[in-house]
Design a protein around this ligand. Structure first.
Ligand code: HEC
Ligand code: HEC
Length: 207
């Protein structure tokens, strides 16, 4: 291949990359503005975003920006209901939500650890293989082998407090949390409470 051919090829690849970059959704969140705004969040989510005194309050550190924006917007509009978060999100503007999401997403998640090895082993089966008998999909297929998720659609679920995860899976199961358009409600509906407890325990130590 001649040198000009190589150049032409490179130019085409660069052109393609520009198109891809232009198509990727631009998020304009300002990390520093988010940090200033986040002092009120620290009481429950921790100063470093790794959770507070109550394990049913989630860690936010390292979560995907788009997912945080979607959840804060859902609390604000009431499609996801929680009395503590409704009050927190009600007064936030679109820009403030984007800044807060950029900030929490930039922090480093500190993974937890499973407290019961037995339970975590059972949970690992569900996480990696689902339950063919009852039609539960493997969690790994959307949330990834290490639970890091796939932005923008599938959130990070690794290293999270087990009691928060368990609470959310029960809320999906009963359709109390249905802001995602049914993907998780359908999966959790087929899970037993024992499977929910086990997979939550396993995910706490996954990272
Ligand atoms: C008084 C305690 C409290 C404060 C203060 C608080 N939160 Fe929350 N937050 C919660 C609780 C509890 C949940 C779990 C809600 C549920 O169970 O659905 C939550 C959930 C969230 C979620 C969803 C996380 C996920 O993984 O889906 C986000 C995002 C969030 N909070 C952001 C914030 C931000 C940003 C602030 C500050 C502006 C804030 N929170 C302040 C208690 C609080
Ligand atoms: C088909 C894809 C898919 C599969 C399979 C899947 N999930 Fe999800 N999961 C999602 C999506 C999408 C969301 C975001 C829901 C929303 O926006 O409210 C989610 C959200 C969650 C959340 C909420 C995270 C948070 O921070 O609040 C948990 C917990 C969860 N999934 C656990 C599981 C478990 C456990 C399994 C396996 C039994 C599983 N998921 C299988 C797509 C999937």
């Amino acid at each position: 291949m001649s040198f000009t051919n190589v150049l032409a090829r490179l130019a085409r690849v660069a052109g393609l990359m520009m198109v891809v970059l232009a198509v990727a959704p631009a998020i304009a969140g300002d990390i520093n503005a988010g940090k200033t705004k986040a002092t009120v969040c620290a009481a429950c989510h921790g100063a470093d975003g790794n959770g507070g005194a109550d394990p049913s309050w989630p860690k936010l550190a390292g979560q995907h920006e788009n997912y945080l924006i979607a959840q804060l917007t859902a609390f604000k509009t009431g499609t996801r209901q929680n009395p503590l978060m409704a009050g927190m999100a009600a007064g936030l503007s679109k820009k403030e939500i984007e800044d807060l999401a950029a900030y929490f997403s930039s922090l480093t998640l500190r993974a937890g650890a499973a407290k019961s090895e037995d339970l975590a082993k059972k949970g690992e089966h569900v996480y990696r293989g689902g339950n063919a008998k009852t039609g539960v999909s493997a969690c790994m297929s959307c949330h990834g082998p290490s639970g890091h998720g796939v932005p923008p659609r599938f959130p990070k679920i690794s290293g999270q407090n087990a009691s928060y995860t368990e609470g959310q899976l029960l809320a999906f199961k009963s359709s109390k949390r249905a802001s995602d358009g049914e993907i998780m409600t359908r999966i959790a509906f087929r899970m037993s409470e024992g499977e929910i407890k086990a997979v939550s325990e396993y995910m706490a130590g996954l990272h």
